[in-house]
Write a protein that binds this ligand. Structure first.
Ligand code: UDP
Length: 510
C-alpha cells in the first residue's frame, strides 16, 4: 500500500539492474549503465552481493569530474547475501565472484548458489515494504536465468546484458542457428566461417573451432545443462542492452535485432559516463597505486611513447608465456605499463625476475588493479596490447588508442576479427589457440610450469613494431582510431545515438 502511494508520487520508471557476478568486468559496465539511466531521469536499484557491493557503491558515489551526474538518491545499491556455503562453496572465502573461485570444480556450485541468490532477489523485488518503488524494468546479467521468471511475475520487461559487443553477439547467434562448427573435425584447422556481416566483411571471420566462444565447446566447466539454460534465457528475454554505439560495429546492432526479433539497445561506451575514472577495486588496490601509475606516465615527455599491456580483470598466463612476453617488453624501444594478474602466485623465479627486472623508468609492472580508463586516456599512451575483452576494446576505442590483439578465451577471438579486419584499428599478435587461465584453473602455486608458451618474444616484438609504427600503416590506424573516438564521444552527447537509445529504453519502461 505504502509502495503504491510512493509510486504514484514518483513518475520515474524504476530499473532493477542485477549484474552477473562472473567478474568485475560485468559489474563495472552495469553500474555505469545504472549511472547513465539515472542521469536520464530513471530511478535505479542495483542489486548485488555483499562482497561486490563496495565496488558498485564506490562507482555510484564517485562524483569526481563526472560527465553524467545522476540526481541525488536516484541510485540505490542493495546487497543480498550470496548463499555460497549452502551450495557447498568454502564459507568466508570471498566466493561471490566466479573469478575468485579456487578450482573449476567449484563452478557448478557457484551456479547452484546463484539460483538461490535469484530466489532471494525475486522475493526482495516482490515484497512491497522492502523495495521502495515497484520495478518497471529488469536488466539482468547474462547468467541470471532466474530473472525472466521474476520479470514475468512483476509483469515488466526483461533485458539481458551479456558484456559482449554486438558483432560477437551476432556471430554467436549465427553459430547457434547455422552450427557450422559441428562439421569441423579438426580443432585447430581454419574451418569455421562466420559470415555475420554483409560484404565486404562476410569473409573476415574465420576461426578454428578451438577459438570459438565456450558456448560451442564440446564441454565447459559450467556444464552443458547450464549453457542450455543460459541460451534459453537469451532467446526468451525482451531485449538486449549492449555496451557499444550504433555507429561502431558496421550495422551489427540492427542485424542482431533482425536475427533475434528483439530490441537491441546500444548505450555505450558506458566508460564515458565519467571523464576521469580512478577505476579502483577497493579490495585490490589503494589510491596510492593508481597515483603511482599516473605519476609515472606524467613524467614521460613524449606523446604516444608508451605501450599499455593488460589482459583484463583476471587474465593470467602460464609462467613460460609471461617470460616470453616480459622479454619482449623489456627489450622493445618503448616505455611500457604492464598489468600482471596473479603475479604473487607465480613460481618464485618468475616473481623474482618480475620484481628485479621491471619496476623502472622503462617498464612499470602493476600487480594489482590498474586505473585502465585513465591510462588509456593519457597523452603518452600510443598503443594497447590487449586480450580483446569487450570492456577493454571499447575503452580503447573511446580513447582513440590502436590495439595489438592477443585474445585469451571467451568471445575474444571474435572481437579480434572486429578490431583488426572490420574496424582496422588493430594488429594481430597471431595467437592461434586459447590460453588456459592458470590462475582460475588452480594451476599456479607450484603448477602451470608444464604449460608451454605459444607466442615467442620475437612474435610479440613484431606486433609491437607494427602497432607503434610511425609510417603510413601506423598513421592510417591512428587516424581511424581517432575517428572512432570522436564518434564514441558523440554517441553519448545530447542527441547522440546512445543518448537517444537510453531515452527510448526509459520510455519503453514508463
Ligand atoms: N580493468 C581495470 N584495471 C585492471 C584490469 C581491468 O580497470 O587492472 C577493467 C577494464 O578497464 C575493463 C574491465 O576491467 O573495464 C575488463 O573487462 P574486459 O571485458 O576487457 O575483460 P575481462 O576482465 O572480462 O576479461
Amino acid at each position: 500500500m505504502e509502495r503504491a502511494t510512493q509510486q504514484q508520487d514518483d513518475p520515474r520508471p524504476h530499473f532493477v539492474l542485477v549484474p552477473w557476478q562472473g567478474g568485475i568486468s560485468h559489474i563495472i559496465p552495469m553500474t555505469d549503465i545504472g549511472r547513465l539511466l539515472a542521469s536520464h531521469g530513471a530511478a535505479v536499484t542495483i542489486i548485488t552481493t555483499p562482497a561486490n557491493a563496495p565496488l558498485v557503491q564506490s562507482r555510484v558515489d564517485d562524483d569526481d569530474d563526472l560527465v553524467t551526474t545522476p540526481p541525488e538518491g536516484a541510485i540505490t545499491v542493495t546487497a543480498i547475501p550470496f548463499p555460497a556455503a549452502e551450495a557447498g562453496l568454502p564459507p568466508d572465502d570471498g566466493c561471490e565472484r566466479l573469478d575468485l573461485l579456487r578450482s573449476p570444480a567449484d563452478v557448478p556450485r557457484f551456479f547452484a548458489a546463484n539460483r538461490h541468490f535469484g530466489e532471494a532477489v525475486a522475493s526482495y523485488c516482490r515484497a512491497g515494504e522492502a523495495m521502495p518503488r515497484r520495478p518497471s524494468c529488469v536488466v539482468a546479467g547474462m547468467c541470471h536465468t532466474w530473472a525472466l521468471g521474476m520479470a514475468r511475475e512483476l509483469a515488466v520487461p526483461c533485458y539481458i546484458f551479456h558484456g559482449f559487443g554486438a558483432f560477437a553477439l551476432l556471430c554467436i547467434e549465427y553459430l547457434y542457428k547455422h552450427r557450422p562448427h559441428e562439421a569441423a573435425d579438426d580443432d585447430d584447422g581454419l574451418v569455421v566461417n562466420i559470415p555475420a556481416l554483409p560484404a565486404p566483411f562476410d569473409d573476415c571471420c574465420r576461426l578454428s573451432r578451438a577459438q570459438l566462444p565456450p558456448h560451442f565447446a564440446p564441454s565447459t566447466a559450467v556444464g552443458g545443462g547450464a549453457m542450455q539454460e543460459i541460451r534459453e534465457f537469451d532467446v526468451a528475454v525482451d531485449g538486449v542492452v549492449v555496451n557499444t554505439f550504433d555507429e561502431l560495429e558496421h550495422g551489427s546492432c540492427e542485424l542482431l535485432a533482425a536475427a533475434t526479433g528483439k530490441a537491441v539497445v546500444a548505450v555505450g561506451p558506458v566508460s564515458l559516463c565519467r571523464r576521469r575514472s580512478p577505476d579502483l577495486d577497493p579490495q585490490a588496490m589503494a589510491d596510492d597505486d593508481a597515483r603511482r601509475v599516473m605519476e609515472w606516465l606524467d613524467a614521460k615527455e613524449t606523446t604516444r611513447s608508451v605501450v599499455y599491456v593488460s589482459f583484463g580483470s583476471a587474465g593470467c598466463m602460464p609462467p613460460a608465456q609471461v617470460r616470453q612476453l616480459g622479454m619482449a617488453l623489456a627489450s622493445c624501444p618503448w616505455h611500457v605499463v604492464w598489468v600482471v594478474k596473479g603475479a604473487d602466485a607465480m613460481p618464485g623465479d618468475v616473481k623474482k625476475w618480475l620484481s628485479e627486472s621491471f619496476d623502472s623508468d622503462k617498464c612499470l609492472v602493476v600487480r594489482g588493479w590498474a586505473p585502465q580508463v585513465a591510462i588509456l586516456a593519457h597523452r603518452t599512451v600510443g598503443g594497447f596490447l590487449t586480450h580483446c575483452g569487450w570492456g577493454s576494446t571499447l575503452e580503447a576505442i573511446a580513447a582513440g588508442v590502436p590495439m595489438a590483439t592477443w585474445p585469451l578465451f571467451a568471445e575474444q577471438f571474435l572481437n579480434e576479427r572486429l578490431i583488426v579486419d572490420v574496424l582496422g584499428v588493430g594488429v594481430s599478435v597471431g595467437v592461434t589457440r586459447p590460453t588456459e587461465n592458470v590462475l582460475s584453473a588452480g594451476k599456479l602455486n607450484g603448477g602451470g610450469a608444464d604449460v608451454e608458451a605459444e607466442v615467442g618474444m620475437e612474435q610479440v616484438m613484431k606486433a609491437l613494431e607494427r602497432l607503434m609504427d610511425e609510417g603510413d600503416e601506423g598513421e592510417q590506424r591512428r587516424k581511424k582510431a581517432q575517428e572512432l573516438k570522436a564518434k564514441a564521444n558523440g554517441a553519448l552527447e545530447k542527441g547522440g545515438s546512445s543518448y537517444m537509445n537510453l531515452e527510448k529504453l526509459i520510455q519503453c519502461a514508463s
